[in-house]
Design a protein around this ligand. Structure first.
Ligand code: ITT
Ligand code: NA
Length: 183
């Protein structure tokens, strides 16, 4: 059955669609679920997925993806504020902040939450990389400043990014669980 990906972010949908191409069709719905106050990305995502599943009629399964960029030298900033910082400060100015630091290591993390009539499951993914001056036209968000193995994520195809990214890893955990559950 088609899975509804609850997000306003088309980049996330493109990646999930590519990854799940042989498994299930992915539809985008832009429902504004409640982001509960919690330190746990998994709890926030699981609550959002549950609410979106009920709101969307309680029939089609839903996926929610809560992600962030964590810069080591900045104490994990912007982390849970990544979307807000992208909209306000912007990617270029975050790079200029990181450029001042000797340690330019950063991590992307995501939690995928899946909800259907049987319950809710969460899947984590993360990837470590280095912040660099913006390069590349692909991807979205912070991809142009996040380098992994000599390439920024914006220089990768969707398939290449999925093979190493936080989202690709979370999707791998999800598909493994999903296949077992169907069997
Ligand atoms: P939804 O909540 O509607 O899904 P969003 O873009 O607000 O979309 P998040 O709350 O998860 O998503 O915010 C995460 C921020 O990190 C946001 O600025 C994204 O652009 C960025 N981000 C998430 N995944 C990314 C990725 O794979 N590459 C680059 N930036 C990413
Ligand atoms: Na968001």
């Amino acid at each position: 059955m088609a899975i509804r990906f609850v997000t306003g972010n088309e980049g996330k949908v493109r990646e999930a669609r590519e990854y799940l191409a042989d498994i299930e069709p992915v539809e985008q719905i832009d429902y504004d679920y409640t982001e509960i106050q919690s330190d746990s990305l998994a709890e926030i995502a699981a609550h959002g997925a549950r609410e979106a599943f009920d709101e969307a009629g309680g029939e089609q399964p839903v996926l929610v993806d809560d992600a962030g960029l964590f810069v080591d030298a900045l104490g994990g900033f912007p982390g849970p504020y990544s979307a807000y910082v992208e909209d306000t400060v912007g990617v270029e100015r975050l790079w200029r902040l990181a450029r001042e630091e000797e340690n330019r290591r950063a991590h992307f993390k995501t939690v995928l939450a899946y909800a259907d009539e049987t319950g809710t499951e969460t899947f984590d993914g993360s990837v470590a990389g280095t912040l660099v001056a913006p390069r590349g036209e692909g991807g979205f968000g912070y991809d142009p400043i996040f380098e992994y193995n000599g390439q920024t994520m914006a220089e990768m195809s969707t398939e290449e990014k999925n093979a190493i990214s936080h989202r690709g890893r979370a999707l791998a955990a999800f598909t493994e669980w999903y296949a077992d559950r169907e069997a």
